[in-house]
Write a new protein. Structure first.
Length: 597
């Protein structure tokens, strides 16, 4: 698609040399520019050499998309009006005047292992090189998935010459690979429904920024949107018949994501956050579904937010339903990983369960920790039965909360969301592999006030004092305020104080976007471009070769990338006035740029 900001080329040029360098995001691990100046790029044909002689439909279609974006957008780094003669977009300061050297006419792609599946830990490295008089872009990738990343980089460094043509500076050499194998975002389609086009839009943004895991929180207590052959009645608890996902819908999302190098990890949250859908199978499966969720005495509450409901851990038929639902979804979602939730178990809910009450009465020494262990002992074998390929992922609560199980198997990946560095330290010291989603740094839904009505905590005649009262206390309100800015995300050093052994247990990071206040209208503006700050953090890090923070350097790169996302149809929000984009670092807080280290 074309937008006024990029069509016509000259309207987006800048006068200042330092303003708009070709500067891809995420920053490659190593990029070296020459000084020969720009060279013409003509219609590029892809020529793939596979070590095993295979052809690759995913690669061919990815290149078609990349080339279509390059030619239709006629991209130049976003900036201000300037004369054509003063525009110097390349890092070497070379202007727009093209040399008469041999033009670039092809992309020569060499694949080593074209059969490698898109699963956790697959090699995503690539090299990209344009050398003087070569007449081609040379890409070497171990796998298809590295090749796709090379294409997205190439999209950002081939730009318009302002005269209807394309150019790239040569020589340029890139050696690139991600720091972490898990680089993700999470969408929540349980609190509010997200349509397929908007889900695909998030995947487009992920592909452009080299994020590779879409964690799909499919359902929650409020709704069950997935059509199930095993239990067709479950979608009676969808918001409406049109706010559902068919088997074909889910397969289409998976295929769309895979073709762009993105894994889709499904989550069905169990045993907490479980009411809608499950209660249609058998009301006895769900405890406290019809209780009042909150209470003036917090010790008696049944849920952290409306509506309440948790799977009855002692009722035998619970596990029959869990097995059938899990097996059906395992047949749809092809990733080796499956997220089974296990967060925020509320003891008050189980006061409404006859089965659990009787279980406690049978042995007065039993605790809620024993109850959580009962869940682990009975549910995990069901999850493992999907096959030897299956790796289970859960929220950290199952191992760290007050009601945690005694013994959570160490091969379960734990997603940490509370207490920042403290919980990272705790879990990695105990030998768990983790994915970092610390709410203090990475929760994208925070800072917009609460999703509850009839809340008198807002009825004050002054602003909160910025400390305890800033969050308005308790559940509801802005519990995870303030808003997580791109700088807050990018500056998060989540390996702080970890030993080398502990650091190896950090598989990556993910930015969740819970949807209590998110739907189709706002999902992209809340996700982007902040998720792109995380993308660089987990791809190439937030420090330069000397160990200094490069937050200042990211500023213009991220502002430019926001424009690129919008040009590609991803409705990312503005981060600063356009003046700041057009006048690099004029909007920084400190004149001395070295203060950020």
């Amino acid at each position: 698609m074309k937008f006024s900001m990029v069509v016509g080329a000259l309207s987006a040029l800048v006068a200042t040399v330092s303003a708009v360098k070709v500067n891809p995001l995420p920053a490659p691990r190593n990029i070296t520019w020459g000084s020969s100046g720009p060279i013409s790029v003509q219609e590029l044909s892809l020529r793939t050499t596979d070590a095993h002689g295979h052809t690759h439909d995913i690669v061919n279609k990815a290149w078609e998309r990349a080339w279509a974006a390059i030619t239709s957008l006629q991209w130049v780094p976003a900036a201000t009006e300037a004369s054509i003669s003063s525009f110097q977009p390349f890092p070497t300061g070379a202007g727009l005047t093209k040399r008469s050297a041999k033009p670039i006419k092809s992309v020569q792609l060499s694949l080593v292992d074209g059969d490698a599946d898109l699963q956790h830990g697959v090699d995503e490295s690539y090299t990209l090189e344009v050398t003087e008089s070569a007449g081609s872009v040379k890409i070497h990738a171990q796998t298809v998935w590295g090749a796709l990343h090379a294409f997205t980089t190439l999209q950002q460094i081939i730009i318009s010459d302002g005269k209807g043509g394309l150019m790239i500076e040569e020589p340029v050499h890139i050696q690139d690979a991600p720091l972490y194998p898990y680089r993700g975002i999470m969408i929540d389609t349980g609190r509010n429904f997200i349509s397929l086009p908007k889900i695909l839009e998030q995947i487009d943004g992920m592909s452009l920024s080299k994020l590779n895991v879409l964690h799909w929180h499919l359902d929650d207590s409020q709704s069950w949107p997935m059509h199930m052959k095993s239990y067709p009645e479950m979608t009676k608890d969808a918001y409406s018949p049109r706010e559902t996902y068919s088997r074909e819908d889910m397969l289409n999302v998976i295929a769309y994501a895979r073709s762009r190098g993105v894994r889709v990890i499904p989550e069905v949250d169990m045993p907490g956050h479980s009411s809608s859908g499950w209660q249609q199978i058998d009301p006895k499966i769900v405890a406290c579904a019809h209780s009042w969720w909150s209470n003036d005495d917090y010790t008696y509450h049944t849920a952290v937010e409306p509506n309440p409901g948790q799977l009855d851990i002692i009722y035998n038929k619970t596990y029959e339903a869990v097995r059938n639902v899990y097996n059906e979804l395992s047949g749809i979602f092809s990733d080796n990983w499956f997220h089974t939730g296990a967060d925020e178990l509320q003891p008050g809910c189980y006061n409404f369960s006859t089965y659990i009450t009787e279980w406690f009465l049978e042995d007065s020494s039993r605790t809620y920790n024993d109850l959580a262990q009962y869940w682990v002992d009975h549910a995990v074998p069901i999850f493992r039965a999907a096959g030897s390929h299956r790796r289970i992922m859960m929220w950290e609560d199952i191992a760290l909360s007050t009601e945690a199980a005694h013994d959570v198997p160490k091969d379960i990946v734990l997603q940490t969301w509370n207490n920042g560095l403290t919980n990272i330290q705790n879990l990695t010291a105990r030998g768990y592999d983790i994915v970092v989603s610390s709410s203090d740094f990475l929760y994208l839904d925070c800072g917009h006030g609460g999703a509850l009505g009839n809340d008198p905590r807002y009825d004050v005649m002054s602003n909160p004092d910025g400390s305890v009262n800033f969050n308005y206390g308790g559940n509801g309100g802005s519990w995870c305020a303030p808003y997580k800015t791109w700088q807050r995300i990018y500056d998060y050093d989540f390996l702080t104080n970890l030993t080398k052994t502990q650091a190896k247990h950090v598989l990556g990071a993910e930015a969740p976007l819970w949807s209590e206040q998110i739907d189709d209208v706002t999902i992209s503006s809340q996700m982007w471009p902040r998720a792109a700050a995380l993308a660089e953090l987990v791809w190439s890090g937030n420090r330069d070769a000397h160990g200094n923070k490069r937050t200042t350097l990211l500023t213009q790169r991220l502002l430019n990338f926001r424009e690129y996302l919008v040009a590609n149809g991803v409705m990312a929000t503005a981060l600063m006035p356009k003046y700041c984009l057009q006048h690099p670092h004029a909007c920084d807080l400190y004149y001395n740029q070295s203060v950020i280290t």
